[in-house]
Design a protein around this ligand. Sequence first.
Ligand SMILES: [Zn+2]
Length: 90
Amino acid sequence: MKFNMKIKDFAAADTNVAAGLYHFVVTMSDNTQCRLIFTKNPDWKLIGVNRLLTVPCPICRRDYYCNCMSKYAEAFEREVLDKELISSVL
Ligand SMILES: [Zn+2]
């Protein structure tokens, strides 16, 4: 299945400036929510994607943990950086 959803909402969650770790929660156009973990050293880099279990996975339809979203880490990173979403919420 092709994954072509867009980010609808982007919010800061936990930040640990000393460790350079920043967590964000994204809501996609189909209401899938994921926690994105970024590092800043000095460029932003996405190091983790965890789907929140608020709605079933859009790829495999499981409503418990799965790993589908990590396949799209690059797409998430590109969209977040292209749209400068991080600076809009920090
Ligand atoms: Zn899945």
